[in-house]
Design a protein around this ligand. Structure first.
Ligand SMILES: [Zn+2]
Length: 844
């Protein structure tokens, strides 16, 4: 049963990025739980600031036990965090964490929403946060979330009354939520939203408190709890074979980039919420008291409720398809509801249940995961009804928006395969991008820019390539829309799904994002051009600042196969003096010019992502001197410090913690410990003595920041050294030199205030606040209104070598190409070598 069709599709929207994962295949128990949820018309919105702030126990409890429609509104996408699983930081980390939240919600049954606020890094106070965010816009987005989601109950993760006690983003999330609780129902607040939405008044708003907010369990026991509701979230679900707390742990463990793997618990788990606004329910076991959560809630819902209660009561676990006729009747009645909110929500729910009851499998698979404009594509449609009911595939709407009439009867287990061809076109090349919608325009430090208001709040860009199958069941035609996906078989993993995306015919990348020139010698920069289609011919240029020279001007490329890369080299000659700028490849194919890089993010726990971003690399002509040559690196939570040191001419060898032996360390002038190594690497506990011996014998050891909690060792340094939570988040904070004559500030590079210009995101974090007299503090700095912090750079001689502890954020400054950070680090590596005989210095 094959049919070929060719047509074209206009892209009306700027970008798309499909969520493509294994399709959900609910079993009989899961279908039953969905039917119970279909009969509950109430909703809860949980509000916090970052991916991973959310209490998955509470979200899972509301979704799976109460059966409420439950969503997590994360104000940001977590761009400012660290990444434990790979090199992505900033906006690419935000893409990963967005997907981690979506995966977590698939497990705990919640939905996911965002605002346009950007996680710009640690903020100590909501006053600062709300200045860097555009408060009006973020508040608008919270109001929008409330009007769209129509929650009966809002639960804040954080306390809006305690500014300064936690991350400024946290307190701000609660403050904005409380403010939005009052504004959402006002006709005068954000009236532009009211063109398509109605004002909405949630019934109650709570703060999700716990003993932790009271300082101790004892104090919490004694506290007045009249305004608190406590409930046990330890419920066991026999249909899942899991306790609610076990589901919560599975969900939380999706925050893999943050290292939040979590082991499930069983048994009683109390949660407490404190009423902030609205009336306290008389019956504290019913958060929804005073709210009709039955079908009686909506006009015309009574009849639907009667049918669906009957479906719930008589559900046959051995034959879910027996429920279909009644579900179809209810579906028809739902279509007649005047209340468009519940009509939309419940239509989606009941369609999924009907398809699941029938074992109805519908899929649209592209033969390739990437295509370019004007490319003709083949699509395979699979349609199979695995129930004993007869159905008809009356028609389908293909990705070009064309209705194709079919009139095929779908008898039990008669698999229908249809081959469809369509052509990818767009009104304008510029509109083709796979980039997440919040990254397509340049925002500010605190805000993403989103010009299309219909996208604001959405977790990701909607799929624009879809196929709608019109299936008639019991004389009622129900449209089922499926995103076009790509799937492949991996010999190890088995079936792997990927999104289907449109990419440019050419993309280009420079391997290194920062290229450091430590002398006026030329360097070769490699540009790799990737073909989005077969037979790509064109030229590449490397755009550069005027005072830098690049030759040749142009290189030709000729690539036969789609997906293949060709690499060309340019020689870049820096100016004589310290300078910096950017180089960016420009690919010309016929009349079209391309400047973007295609970034692929591929981890097993989240759907494969592609992001198009302008391709550019920072070039830095550095005035730098250095001593020592061989560096051993012990990786911690992951940073690009080894690559960065290689750029300025060091030989860096990363050694596994198990390989830390006196013999292996012998060859190094210095050993550098990666960020958070003492938080993440158990083995270091047994290696400290070897490392300290290395220092005693004349080596240098540099330890980068660790968090104060969860250290795997008692002896971080050969002398007393205690970490604190002191941090300096203002990257412009003045840096005072406590020891202006110390070698660290003078040899071989003379460090001046200028070396602290252009730092990014912060100065540093988790500075020690107490140390042995052997240590010399070198620098002093502080955030506005705070006491000066002297623990950012501490050095102590130990035997013949030096031990340095630094909380300065070199791991952020190196990838940003900050000259001063390189110069200071070179001094740290060079310490103790001031007195070397001249001939020993020659090798440098
Ligand atoms: Zn947070």
């Amino acid at each position: 049963m094959y049919k070929t069709l060719q047509a074209s599709l206009l892209f009306l929207l700027v970008s798309f990025c499909a969520l493509a994962q294994q399709p959900q295949k609910p079993n009989a128990s899961e279908i039953y739980e969905s039917i119970k949820k279909l009969n509950f018309l109430g909703s809860v919105l949980y509000v916090a600031a970052h991916p991973d702030d959310e209490n998955t126990r509470l979200i899972s409890y509301m979704s799976n036990e109460v059966k409420a429609r439950t969503a997590y509104l994360s104000l940001t996408r977590g761009d400012g965090g660290q990444n434990l699983i790979g090199p992505e930081i900033r906006e690419l980390l935000g893409v990963i964490r967005t997907q981690e939240l979506l995966t977590a919600r698939q497990i705990d049954g919640g939905e996911q929403r965002f605002t346009r606020a950007n996680d710009f890094g640690y903020s100590k106070h909501p006053d600062e946060t709300l200045q860097i965010w555009n408060k009006k816009e973020v508040l608008s987005d919270v109001v929008l979330a409330i009007r769209q989601f129509q929650p009966d109950i809002i639960i804040n993760r954080f306390d809006h009354r305690t500014p300064g006690s936690t991350h400024g983003h946290h307190t701000s999330s609660a403050m904005l939520s409380v403010e939005a609780f009052d504004l959402a129902n006002s006709q005068t607040a954000y009236p532009n939203q009211l063109e398509n939405l109605k004002p909405w008044q949630p019934k109650r708003i709570f703060f999700n408190t716990s003993w932790w907010f009271y300082g101790s369990q004892e104090r919490f026991e004694k506290a007045d709890k009249t305004n608190l509701i406590g409930f046990d979230t330890g419920e066991y679900f026999p249909s899942k074979g899991l306790s609610n707390t076990e589901i919560a742990a599975l969900s939380r463990s999706q925050h893999k980039s943050q290292g939040f793997g979590n082991t499930g618990t069983r048994g009683t788990q109390m949660e407490y919420i404190e009423l902030i606004k609205g009336e306290m329910p008389n019956d504290k076991t019913n958060l929804f008291e005073g709210i009709d959560t039955s079908w009686g809630r909506v006009k015309g819902g009574q009849a639907i409720g009667t049918i669906l209660k009957d479906v719930e009561a008589n559900y046959d676990f051995k034959n879910p398809s027996a429920s279909i006729p009644k579900l179809v009747t209810a579906y028809q009645l739902i279509q007649k509801l005047e209340n468009d909110h519940w009509r939309t929500v419940k239509t989606e729910e009941i369609k999924k249940i009907i398809a699941a009851c029938a074992g109805l499998y519908l899929e649209a698979v592209a033969k390739t995961n990437h295509a370019t404009l004007n490319e003709s594509l083949e699509l395979n449609l699979e349609v199979i009804n695995r129930s004993s009911l007869n159905m008809d595939l009356v028609s389908y709407i293909n990705p070009n928006g064309l209705l194709v009439n079919k009139g095929i009867t779908l008898t039990e287990n008669n698999n229908i395969a249809i081959e469809e061809n369509f052509k990818v076109t767009a009104t304008d090349d510029e509109e083709i991008t796979t980039t997440p919608y919040w990254l397509t325009e340049k925002g500010t430090l605190g805000m993403y820019k989103v010009s299309d208001p219909s996208l604001i709040g959405k977790p990701e860009t909607p799929d624009y390539f879809t196929v709608t199958f019109n299936i008639t069941i019991d004389n009622v035609t129900i449209p089922f829309t499926k995103s076009v996906v790509y799937k492949t078989n991996d010999p190890v993993k088995g079936e792997v799904y990927k999104p289907f995306e449109i990419i440019p015919e050419a993309t280009a990348r420079i391997t290194e994002k920062v290229i450091i020139f430590d002398s006026d010698n030329e360097k070769e920069i490699l540009v790799s051009v990737k073909a989005g289609r077969n037979n790509l011919n064109g030229v590449v240029e490397l755009c550069h600042p005027n005072n830098w020279n690049v030759y040749p001007d142009k290189q030709t490329i000729s690539i036969s196969n789609k997906g293949e890369e060709q690499t060309v080299a340019f020689k870049v000659i820096p100016p004589n003096n310290q300078d910096e700028g950017f180089v960016s490849p420009l690919v010309t194919i016929g009349e079209n010019k391309y400047t973007d890089e295609l970034i692929e993010i591929d981890y097993d726990h989240i759907p494969y992502q592609t992001v198009l971003l302008p391709s550019e690399s920072k070039i830095v002509r550095l005035d730098i001197k250095k001593k020592g040559d061989n560096i051993g690196y012990i990786a911690g939570a992951g940073d690009v410090v080894p690559e960065s040191l290689q750029q300025i001419g060091y030989h860096v060898l990363t050694i596994a913690p198990e390989d830390i032996t006196p013999e292996n360390l012998n060859r190094f002038d210095a050993v550098v410990i990666g960020i958070r190594a003492y938080n993440t690497i158990e083995t270091l506990k047994f290696k400290q003595d070897i490392l300290f011996d290395f220092v005693e014998n004349g080596g240098n050891m540099i330890v980068q920041y660790n968090t104060s909690r969860g250290l795997k060792v008692d002896n971080l340094a050969p002398y007393k050294l205690e970490l604190s939570r002191d941090r300096v988040t203002d990257e412009f904070a003045e840096v005072k030199f406590l020891e202006p004559n110390h070698p660290l500030l003078n040899y071989p590079n003379k460090i001046t205030e200028q070396d602290f210009d252009g730092w990014t995101q912060e100065r540093g974090l988790y500075f020690p606040d107490s140390w042995g007299k052997e240590f010399t503090p070198i620098l002093s700095m502080n955030d506005k209104g705070e006491s000066s912090k002297k623990g950012s750079l501490l050095v102590a001689q130990y035997g013949k070598g030096y031990y340095i502890y630094t909380g300065l954020s070199f791991f952020r400054e190196f990838p940003a190409g900050v000259s001063g950070a390189y110069r200071l680090f070179a001094n740290m590596l060079s310490i103790g070598q001031e007195t070397l005989k001249p001939e020993q210095n020659l090798k440098n």
